[in-house]
Design a protein around this ligand. Structure first.
Ligand code: ADP
Length: 431
């Protein structure tokens, strides 16, 4: 580069020299300098013109022929254009690969613009959501008209999903998720979960049927065991038989509880969602706490704190069962001299029923698994307390049916707080 500038300087110097010789020969300095400047400028203007023509034609390879500084300029531009062309090709290849990959995805994928208009979709979206090329640019809500979808797209949260039938065929169940990305675009992903839902239904039907079938023989068995135990008062049995009957009674009662819990869980999981009704939460909590106070054994003190007279839209039996499960757990795991606080409060964003105790608490690592069926905290307190391990799973499903969630906060040795949280949209005035 430096060499080129030097040769350019030589050319300039040569022109100046020729101008001086011309001036000497003609005796006219101005004329001599004007002539040589015009030649010099003309040379550069000619190359600028060639450069423009070359750039306009867009042909990379046919760079104008030149020497000196212009040869270098043409070469550098040529290199730049060649690199750009390679990059463009690479990007096109990548785009092509991406298109082929997304087209092969079994899940429907739709890119939505800032007004929820369809920017792009893959083949699966065409077949699962009934989208066609001419729908590009149309708002997605004009094409997918299910009311659940319309509500979801308006208030979508990143992690939430909805289930709805496919617009093509009611028999196909779709799970839809909308993920925001970039500045203001969103990605709609719809997965065909028909088979999964079918398997879930088979499983819950099986559990429900087995539980149902076990109920009758178990009731008979329990009756006999009770009769045998009662015989003890009329015709005293050897002490070890008394103990055996006692254990048998306990175990049949436990099996009955298990079956009742399993049936309750199946009903919550797969039962039809009923039309929500206003539930008087203050009244419900009041009556629950009074019921628990009637328990004959001594247990921790229950303190009720009602901070609002609002209620919740939902199903009273489900909520009553969820809250009573939580209060029962608190009673079960808190020592008799402890305290259980039941608080009902509503804020701008949510409504909560907190059930806090100062019992043994739960180690942090166990908390995420507590709502799994049959999960009981190992070795800490479950072995010493009767239970099925289904209580919190029932609570979770009852709350899900109210668009709510169960939050668990606990500190080992200090106590636990189980919160039933509901969205503000569920809060209502109690008639
Ligand atoms: P269980 O029938 O064992 O009580 P749950 O599903 O109701 O089943 O609870 C699961 C586990 O969570 C319990 O086994 C217990 O270890 C723990 N747990 C629930 N509530 C409390 C509480 N208030 N304090 C401490 N541990 C609790």
């Amino acid at each position: 580069m430096y060499g080129l500038w030097r040769s350019e300087r030589y050319s300039l110097f040569l022109i100046l020299l020729v101008s001086l010789i011309l001036a000497r020969l003609t005796g006219n300095l101005l004329l001599a300098f004007s002539v040589s400047s015009v030649i010099y400028l003309g040379h550069h203007l000619l190359h600028i013109k060639r450069l423009l023509q070359w750039l306009q034609k867009g042909q990379i390879n046919q760079a104008p022929h030149a020497t000196g500084i212009w040869e270098e300029i043409y070469y550098l531009i040529f290199k730049l254009r060649r690199r750009n062309r390679r990059r463009k090709k690479q990007l096109l290849r990548m785009l092509d690969r991406f298109r082929t990959a997304t087209a092969a995805l079994p899940d429907a994928t739709v890119i939505l613009g800032n007004r929820d208009e369809i920017d792009w979709f893959n083949d699966a979206a065409a077949s699962l959501l009934n989208l066609r090329r001419e729908d590009l640019g149309q708002p997605v809500t004009n094409l997918i008209r299910h009311p659940r979808f319309a509500a979801y797209i308006r208030q979508t949260q990143e992690s939430a999903t909805i289930n709805m039938p496919s617009p093509v065929n009611d028999g196909i169940q779709l799970e839809i998720r909308i993920v925001p990305y970039g500045e203001d675009s969103r990605l709609l992903i719809a997965q065909d979960v028909t088979q999964l839902r079918f398997m879930e239904r088979v499983r819950s039907d099986f559990v429900a049927n087995v539980s149902h079938e076990l109920r009758t023989p178990l009731t008979v068995l329990r009756g006999y065991v009770e009769t045998l135990s009662d015989m003890d008062s009329e015709m005293p049995l050897p002490a070890r038989y008394g103990k055996i009957f006692n254990r048998m009674e306990q175990q049949t009662a436990r099996m009955q509880q298990l079956i009742d819990d399993l049936l309750a869980l199946t009903r919550l999981e797969s039962g039809e969602v009923q039309t929500p009704e206003p539930i008087d939460i203050p009244e419900m909590l009041q009556s629950l706490c009074e019921d628990f106070d009637q328990i004959p054994q001594s247990h921790a003190r229950i303190c009720l704190d009602i901070r609002t007279d609002k209620g919740i839209l939902g199903n009273e039996a489900d909520l009553r069962s969820a809250v009573s499960n939580l209060i029962l757990n608190a009673i079960k795991y808190t020592p008799a001299d402890g305290q259980i606080d039941v608080v009902w409060n509503v804020s701008d964003s949510e409504a909560r029923i907190d059930i806090a105790d100062n019992g043994p608490g739960i180690p942090r690592e166990y908390i995420p698994r507590l709502t799994e069926r049959f999960y009981r905290v190992d070795g800490i307190h479950a072995q010493t307390r009767p239970g099925t391990g289904l209580g919190l799973a029932i609570v979770k499903h009852a709350l899900l049916r109210h668009d709510g969630e169960l939050r668990i906060d606990s500190q080992l040795g200090k106590g636990s707080c189980f919160s039933c949280c509901f969205p503000a949209s569920r809060v209502t005035k109690v008639p």
